[in-house]
Design a protein around this ligand. Structure first.
Ligand code: ZN
Length: 340
């Protein structure tokens, strides 16, 4: 470590849990952040300030004015230019810490690219907004024995849980299947900016322990927080389920692509998401979406208009997203307005 580093990271070095050795490890470490919204942009800034030597950020979205209320890295100019979040994050982090390597990747994380994007990471931080991507991370992390930190927040509530392959339960021990029906999302139910900071900070603390070589001190528990109506609760993580399809049977159906909702281009400027076995209550979804844009619905389909896009959503969970040929953007709109 150089003298400059010793000065820059002195408060970490003074902290007994890290010390100079822990900081040395951080400087040589590599973390991957999947999703650079409220959680991910907090992870990115915190890890960059901590001096984590290599940070890979994977995000498929663009900065919008409604992101600025909680997405800590972005500024008005990023939204005005509709910059990809991964690009805006990479630029901002370069001004926070110019001595680390940040790679911003504008992409949808898929079974095809996850090895290339996250295969060298020592920890993967969940900043996503959907279960499909979380299950993919879970499968990949188990298959490669890479720890990952689950996190989610909506409204004033959030939760986080570390997954340490071989030691703790995994996401599918906790939730064997994705939640059914439409789920509340930050777009439909709103989100307080402070809950995103709390959850992201807890995730970051676990990530720093792992990267500093102290994975043994990460506690196998689920932490839930409500910053408005309740407090913080720690729940012992359930034991690993020996019948878990992922960490028990090692049948990685999300990693081999079997469970991915097929998507195809349809028509000149539209993408179809062929969700399977996801019955939706269109009346309830319509009520949730009506404050956000025009909704036209009948018993066969619901049409929702947002910006240049039109989502036609069917009772079986299938959707056609008009106004784009970008499959990643279509998946993102689906996750935002219908739920993971
Ligand atoms: Zn499991």
């Amino acid at each position: 470590m150089t003298e400059k580093d010793r000065e820059r990271y002195s408060r970490h070095i003074l902290f007994a849990g890290l010390g100079e050795q822990g900081q040395e490890r951080l400087l040589a470490a590599h973390a991957a952040i999947v999703g650079c919204g409220a959680l991910g942009s907090f992870h990115a800034a915190a890890l960059a300030r901590a001096g984590v030597g290599k940070i890979t950020i994977i995000d498929r979205d663009y900065v919008e004015p409604s992101n600025l209320q909680r997405q800590w890295l972005f500024e008005e100019a990023d939204a005005a230019q509709a910059l990809p979040k991964a690009v805006a994050a990479e630029r901002r982090l370069a001004s926070i810490n110019s001595s680390i390597a940040v790679r911003g990747i504008v992409a949808d994380l898929t079974p095809e690219n996850i090895e290339e994007l996250a295969g060298e990471a020592q920890v993967i931080l969940d900043g996503t907004d959907n279960f499909e991507t979380r299950y993919l991370i879970n499968d990949f992390a188990l298959s490669r024995a890479i720890p990952w930190i689950y996190g989610a927040a909506v409204g004033s509530y959030g939760l986080t849980m570390p997954v340490l392959p071989g030691r703790t339960a995994c996401l599918r021990c906790l939730y064997p299947e994705p939640p059914a029906g439409a789920q509340p999302t930050c777009e439909t139910a709103g989100v307080l900016n402070s809950i995103t900071a709390v959850i992201a900070a807890l995730q970051t603390a676990d990530a720093l322990k792992i990267l500093a070589g102290q994975a043994g001190t990460v506690q196998a528990r689920l932490t839930t927080v409500d910053v408005w109506e309740g407090g913080i609760r720690h729940i012992e993580q359930p034991a690993r389920d020996p019948d878990c399809p992922a960490c028990g049977a090692r049948d990685f159906v999300y990693l081999d692509g079997q469970r991915r909702a097929p998507v195809s281009l349809c028509g000149r400027n539209a993408v179809q998401i062929h969700e399977r076995a996801r019955p939706l209550d269109l009346a309830a979804l319509g009520a949730a979406l009506r404050p956000l844009g025009e909704v036209r619905a009948n018993e066969f389909a619901l049409r929702f208009f947002t910006g240049p896009h039109e989502l036609t959503i069917f009772p079986d969970g299938r959707a056609i997203i008009k106004g784009t040929t970008d499959i990643g953007l279509a998946r993102s709109l689906y996750a935002r307005y219908v739920g993971s």
